[in-house]
Ligand binder design. Structure first.
Ligand SMILES: NC(=O)c1ccc[n+]([C@@H]2O[C@H](COP(=O)([O-])OP(=O)(O)OC[C@H]3O[C@@H](n4cnc5c(N)ncnc54)[C@H](OP(=O)(O)O)[C@@H]3O)[C@@H](O)[C@H]2O)c1
Length: 230
């Protein structure tokens, strides 16, 4: 059975993707900042031995190095860079909070880049060979009709640029790099007015991930499978 490595798996979309891939029989390496407090993941682990929980704050290089050692030589069919922050303190014009910007850059942009660098070999020796990063339509210039959300929009747009470069650079390894918009989802980040549930989002994301191949590398997918303009 295939293997998934996913960040930010203790709640929201990451938790639901973890659940659904486990239901499909996958081995899942689910990363979270505080495993001891990740009650939902702990419950899943009791029910399913195919789940491994790892401590990973994606901004902590030592923790990433440790995970790299733990997973050395293990095939990872799919790496999903899911962890993300909205950086609401760096959202409004005239209210730029530098720390909030720095966190957004570290989590939304640098961490997916470093995860790809750390686990590229694991993905390259797998069958499916997929790296997907959870971006957002809010990173699309074309879709920006309302302004605001400075750090979130900027870091997701930059993440898209990183993923397109990686699509080129990892093509010789037959690795498919995808950029995903999960919809407007009812999570802590998306809020209660989101258009879809985590269940619906994860189902649709899985469909895109199931159906993709190397000819799709570098594409920016909306949740309905259509392409989002940059
Ligand atoms: N919800 C939406 O409508 C929507 C729309 C477009 C894109 N997205 C993207 O989809 C992804 C998941 O969003 P979500 O709605 O599920 O968000 P969420 O409910 O707020 O969950 C965010 C996840 O990221 C983790 N995280 C944050 N900083 C981290 C760090 N430094 N190290 C490791 N993990 C960290 C959180 O861990 P803790 O629990 O430890 O904080 C949590 O597991 C994000 O990349 C987001 O930008 C969401």
């Amino acid at each position: 059975m295939p293997t998934l490595l996913i960040t930010g798996a203790n709640r929201g979309i990451g938790l639901e993707l973890t659940k659904q891939y486990l239901e499909q029989g996958w081995d899942v390496h689910a990363c979270c900042r505080k495993p001891k407090k990740a009650k939902e993941l702990a419950k899943l682990k009791q029910e399913n031995k195919k789940l491994s929980i790892h401590k990973l704050n994606v901004t902590k290089e030592k923790q990433m190095d440790k995970l790299k050692t733990v997973l050395k030589n293990k095939a990872i069919d799919m790496l999903i860079n899911n962890a993300g922050v909205y950086a609401s303190e760096a959202s409004k014009f005239g209210q730029t909070d530098e720390k909030s910007w720095e966190e957004a850059v570290a989590v939304n942009l640098l961490a997916p880049m470093k995860m790809m660098e750390a686990f590229k070999e694991n993905v390259a020796i797998s069958d499916k060979k997929i790296i997907a990063s959870m971006s957002s339509k809010m990173g699309s210039m074309d879709d920006n009709t309302s302004g605001g959300a400075y750090a979130y929009r900027a870091t997701k747009a930059a993440l898209n640029a990183v993923m397109v470069s990686a699509a080129h650079d990892l093509r010789h390894l037959d690795i498919t790099c995808l950029i995903l918009h999960p919809g407007w989802v009812r999570t802590d980040m998306g809020g209660p007015n989101g258009e879809i549930s985590t269940q619906e989002s994860a189902q649709k994301l899985r469909k895109i991930l199931d159906e993709c191949d190397i000819s799709d590398t570098g594409k920016f997918y909306d949740i309905d499978g259509s392409i989002i303009p940059w």
